[in-house]
Design a protein around this ligand. Sequence first.
Ligand SMILES: NC(=O)c1ccc[n+]([C@@H]2O[C@H](COP(=O)([O-])OP(=O)(O)OC[C@H]3O[C@@H](n4cnc5c(N)ncnc54)[C@H](O)[C@@H]3O)[C@@H](O)[C@H]2O)c1
Ligand SMILES: [Zn+2]
Ligand SMILES: [Zn+2]
Length: 372
Amino acid sequence: MREIRAAVIERAGMPVSIETLSLADPGPGEVLVRMTSAGVCHSDLHVRDGHWVRPGPIVMGHEGAGVIEAVGPGLDPSVVGRPAALSWYAPCLRCRECQRGRQWLCSGSPSLRHAQADGTTRLARPDGSPVLAYLSIGTMASAQVVPATAVVPMPDGVPPEVAALIGCCVSTGVGAVVKTADVPAGSTVAVLGLGGVGLSCVMGAVLAGAARIIAVDVSRTKIDLAGGLGATHWVQADPSNPAATVEGIRNAAGPGGPDFVFEAIGLPATISQAIASLPPGGTAVLVGLTRFGQDATFEAFPFVDGGRRILGSNYGSAVAAIDFPRYAEAYLAGRLPIDRLIDRRLPLDDLEDAFDRLRSGHAARQMVMFQG
Ligand SMILES: NC(=O)c1ccc[n+]([C@@H]2O[C@H](COP(=O)([O-])OP(=O)(O)OC[C@H]3O[C@@H](n4cnc5c(N)ncnc54)[C@H](O)[C@@H]3O)[C@@H](O)[C@H]2O)c1
Ligand SMILES: [Zn+2]
Ligand SMILES: [Zn+2]
């Protein structure tokens, strides 16, 4: 048992409070991690702003990295002291989808219940009442007990912030390109929305050898960031004129149109723009997550007549134990400049301010840093 500091929300839609909680020792199949860094992802903001129903009270955060401090009974203790990235979807390794190698579709993940595999939590308030951990890892905390299948040791030399980003936006965005869509070299790719996820789509497109990469955002700063990562063309979106964005993407793509359009915002309007930008045979890859209950529309006849496709991409089709170390190696080799996504480092106490900045659209990736 130990005391930790953590960012808690009472329920979805309520502000964060920084609290001292007790953290019990890891049980069988569980690992104690001292957190080093946690990224502020728009999915946390969806919960903070009440767009998604979630149980509470719950420790926020699902993009994080730390150092393995202890393992529960039955686990290999040789990993103690190793830095690790955390996966926000701990696979059960037993269900049909896990056995098919599609862990991102696991139906038995404890992450679905924001608890450990036995359905209980290791976190409690001073009065003894239980507190959940978002997606079982609740990374906005100085330490956490997490399912062992969520813990992926990192190679030497990977900075904590880079490991944290591999845990969500990098795997989501790069994986959407290289795994879900399997973009062939020489393709023309457009990316709508240039936050941590969309910028990772841009990095994925570079890694895949895309010939033309069109970066689309309302923010000129984000467009410049994408240019530094390898985007070749850009469109500055005006939300009041969606047709102009579609036309801008088509013009930038040239006569063949974009082979792939990645939507990394999560708004019905931009999902419709992504689909409307497609030439015959083109593919829209939906990565952004909307509020619960929202529909997006597209004109059906030309979609079918033109043999277009829509793919949903969850977690970039990540198999964390395999893909996280690969992305880390690509970073170390200079082929995935993950550190360039970071535009702010902050203490846990400033999390509400970080949410304000993310909500305004001005933030790239903001990183909560924990003291050693
Ligand atoms: N599919 C998955 O597994 C998965 C995983 C992680 C995050 N997500 C989702 O991905 C989305 C993006 O996450 P993020 O953390 O990168 O968000 P973010 O807020 O950092 O980035 C969103 C970007 O979209 C831009 N934008 C907003 N409205 C726009 C418009 N009308 N036209 C053009 N650009 C616009 C903003 O300026 C911003 O740069 C969120 O919906 C998040 O929940 C999905
Ligand atoms: Zn995320
Ligand atoms: Zn499973």
